[in-house]
Design a protein around this ligand. Sequence first.
Ligand code: DUT
Length: 149
Amino acid sequence: MKTIDIRILDQRLYAQLPAYATTGAAGLDLRACLDAPLTLEPGATTLVPTGIAIHLADPTLAAMLLPRSGLGHKHGIVLGNLVGLIDSDYQGQIFVSVWNRGQQPFKIEPLERIAQMVVVPVVQVGFNVVESFSESERGDGGFGSTGKH
Ligand SMILES: O=c1ccn([C@H]2C[C@H](O)[C@@H](COP(=O)(O)OP(=O)(O)OP(=O)(O)O)O2)c(=O)[nH]1
């Protein structure tokens, strides 16, 4: 198992520390490190601090921030950037862009689990500039070119 360095920037999270040891779940829940509840109006987006910083260090790793299923499906609380990408050399606090795409105001409580993070492998490639590609079955067909069934 790989380990990565994590800094706890918000003292309140020390109570949650066991959750930052691996649990077998794909995603690590990220908490809204707010001082007071924050109401997000329909259509509004806000940047929420998570109280943690990670240093992946290895360029073949990245972390992705994703919505929590229940919040997204039931309340329309998703990410303003749709997916957040954490670079392997980023060392700052992780922020979540929280977007209320729903119809109702949504109150974010301090330390509420607001999004999740998953560490993913990244293949480092070099680009070989060419004039044309060797033939493939699909060619340039895309965007529904194969029909519905
Ligand atoms: O949801 C996110 C997305 C990014 N980041 C941090 C980590 C990431 O490594 C850094 C830069 O993200 P990105 O490259 O996606 O942002 P950019 O808009 O291209 O800005 P930059 O010029 O800083 O690369 O911001 C977050 O904390 N939360």
